[in-house]
Design a protein around this ligand. Structure first.
Ligand code: SRM
Ligand code: SF4
Length: 569
């Protein structure tokens, strides 16, 4: 029998045969091995965990004939990045006891533990659930952690956004009992409830989505969650202090494979306006359109951005309206026009304060120079603050009274933590993905390299008088785009061993894609190349245009000429 339907990708079969994400994970957890088998690895992602091996150790082992040093990365789902100080303390304990003693705040406002041994995986996820957090759907072909402005503000608008984030998280969550059975209940004594038939997952069905799915919610004046990079973005429309609805954007996404022209980064497209009463059902309808029509044969083209691109926004919207059962209104003109990173002191509106602490590349650690982890621990302990994580891998301590402000700063100073006020603007607005040594897809360094690149840029920026200029520099160890490089003012994307593609012309507002300025830039020339761009910006900038606006106005070829022509430092 021949059929024209393209062959499904192998991951589709794994999902279908998995009994709603069970596979043989239970048996493998019980087995005395140091790693999981291939099929279960795909399923484990839905449970919030990835198998990795330390790539530094792999390299060393190669020389001595040793094997891989396997461990698990465990990612939490923390809607809008809101977490209690007790929960933060428990996670800090866990990273010391079960992880590699560091904790990573991610670009989607959540936490990752690295270095968890297979034998500690069940206890780790179990403990996470015991503190009322979860890892379910932190990864996998489902809706991921929903991003939302983390600022604590005592106004109706922020409260409404937080409520929507929580409701939408529940409305788009997978329903399978497998998670509970594997990690939460006692495998020895508790009964298993093996499921069958599509009704178990009324929203997803037995094969879930063709690929990951990401949602973000923003305010026009504050695009701190990068709305244009989300599969589904909601921009709140506010009139007289109340939310009247949301402009819905669809089809954003960063990942690309440079050698495959069929793949590309894309900004979300404005689709329709929805009222607060419609928003959840419309989001479910969008997810279902992608579920039923997204590409299940080619995972490289399975994200919703390709469906939106291939169909065009009008056809996509018509299909969403069909699933929703009614036509939708057009978008209002409201769009993003500001970006607050919420760093430093900000008033909450209830007499209390929040303090945003810049965490370089989101990594919490302790060493002789700086005891960041210990500082967060003591602040949580002594000031009992609620913590919020930002989409720029940083954190915000909330609910600080005026009397406690000095104490908070002193605690940070006692642990030699650089205060936000002492951090250069360029460092504050930079971010890097994890990359080496844990990321299996990394081609180059990123998180471990960006700090020294920023070191090299600070002095030239000061000499040029640009040290207070706000622009984003983002870095990733491969083209997958985990630090959202393709809409930044400047970006470095790992392309080959020790070589980066240098992008220019995005912007801090996040609503424009950057272009390739130079490809295969050797690591040791990266700082020089960027300084030359700064010099051109200083010499040829018009008015107060931003770095990204300047790069876009002049374009790639001219920028290269201006970078050579500009006075050298
Ligand atoms: Fe990511 C895969 C880390 C945000 C696009 N990402 C990975 C993996 C799991 C590597 C893998 O598949 O084996 C990385 C784990 C590394 C490690 O050791 O921890 C990884 N991604 C991260 C994090 C931790 C980067 C960070 O330093 O903060 C971020 C976790 C976010 C979260 O909490 O959920 C992270 N990843 C992103 C983002 C940014 C965002 O979502 O806002 C993107 C670009 C947006 C997008 O999805 O288009 C992103 N990650 C990818 C892709 C490319 C997807 C694509 O459509 O092509 C991959 C590879 C894949 O899925 O095949 C990937
Ligand atoms: Fe890994 Fe690439 Fe993502 Fe960086 S961008 S974390 S190297 S997959």
């Amino acid at each position: 029998m021949s059929t024209d339907a393209p062959k499904l990708s192998p991951v589709e079969t794994i999902k279908e045969e998995s009994q709603f994400l069970r596979g043989t994970i239970g048996e493998e957890i019980a087995a005395p091995t140091d790693h999981f088998n291939k099929d279960n690895l795909q399923l484990l992602k839905f449970h919030g965990t990835y198998q990795q091996d330390d790539r530094d150790a792999r390299l060393a082992a190669k020389k001595t004939g040793g094997g891989k040093a396997y461990s698990m990365m465990v990612r939490l789902r923390i809607p809008g990045g809101r977490i209690g100080s007790d929960q933060m303390l428990a996670m800090l304990d866990m990273c010391d006891e079960l992880g590699n003693a560091t904790m990573k705040i991610t670009t989607r406002q959540t936490i990752q533990l690295h270095g968890v041994l297979k034998s500690d995986l069940r206890p780790a996820i179990n403990r996470i659930n015991e503190i009322a957090l979860s890892t379910l759907a932190a990864c996998g072909d489902v809706n991921r952690n929903i991003m939302c402005c983390p600022a604590k503000r005592c106004d109706g608008v922020h409260a409404e956004l937080e409520k929507l984030t929580d409701e939408l998280t529940a409305a788009l969550a997978p329903n399978t009992q497998a998670y509970h059975e594997l990690w939460v209940t006692d495998p020895e004594t508790d009964e298993k409830t093996l499921e069958g038939g599509g009704v178990v997952e009324p929203l997803y069905g037995p094969t879930y989505l063709p690929r990951k799915f990401k949602v973000g919610i923003a305010l026009p004046e504050d695009n701190c969650i990068d709305i244009y990079t989300q599969d589904l973005g909601l921009i709140a429309v506010v009139r007289d202090g109340s939310i009247t609805g949301y402009n819905v954007l669809v089809g954003g996404g960063m990942g690309t494979t440079p050698s495959a022209a069929k793949t590309f980064p894309a900004l979300g497209k404005r689709m329709a306006f929805v009222t607060p009463e419609q928003v959840i059902e419309v989001c479910q309808a969008i997810l279902r359109v992608q579920r039923d029509n997204g590409n299940r044969a080619d995972r490289k083209r399975a994200r919703m951005k390709y469906l939106v691109h291939d169909w065009g926004i009008d056809r996509f919207r018509a299909e969403v309206e069909k699933y929703f059962g009614a036509s939708l209104a057009d978008c209002t003109p409201d769009d993003v026009h500001g970006f607050d990173d919420h760093m430093g002191w900000q008033e909450q509106g209830d007499g209390k304060w929040s303090y945003g602490l810049n965490i370089e590349n989101g990594r919490l650690y302790d060493n002789e120079k700086c005891q960041l982890k210990a500082a967060v621990r003591v602040v949580c302990h002594e000031l009992g603050t609620e913590i919020r994580m930002t989409g720029h891998q940083s954190l915000i301590f909330t609910d600080i009274s005026s009397d406690e402000k000095e104490k908070l700063i002193q605690l940070l100073k006692d642990h030699h933590v650089p205060l936000t006020e002492e951090t250069s603007t360029v460092r504050r607005w930079s971010m890097a993905c994890v990359a080496l040594p844990t990321c299996g897809l990394a081609i180059t360094e990123s998180e471990r390299r960006l700090p020294s690149i920023i070191d090299g840029l600070e002095e030239p920026l000061a000499k040029l008088g640009l040290d207070r200029e706000r622009f984003t520099i983002r870095m990733t160890g491969c083209p997958n785009g985990c630090a959202r490089p393709y809409n930044a003012d400047l970006a470095l994307v790992g392309k080959a061993k020790n070589k980066y593609t240098l992008f220019a012309g995005g912007g801090w507002l996040g609503n424009r894609l950057a272009y390739i300025y130079k490809d295969l830039v050797p690591d040791d020339t990266v700082v020089d190349e960027i300084v030359k761009i700064f010099s051109a910006f200083k010499a040829y900038r018009e008015g107060d245009e931003s770095l990204g606006d300047f790069c876009t106005r002049v374009g790639q070829e001219e920028l290269e000429k201006l970078a050579e022509a500009a006075p050298k430092l």
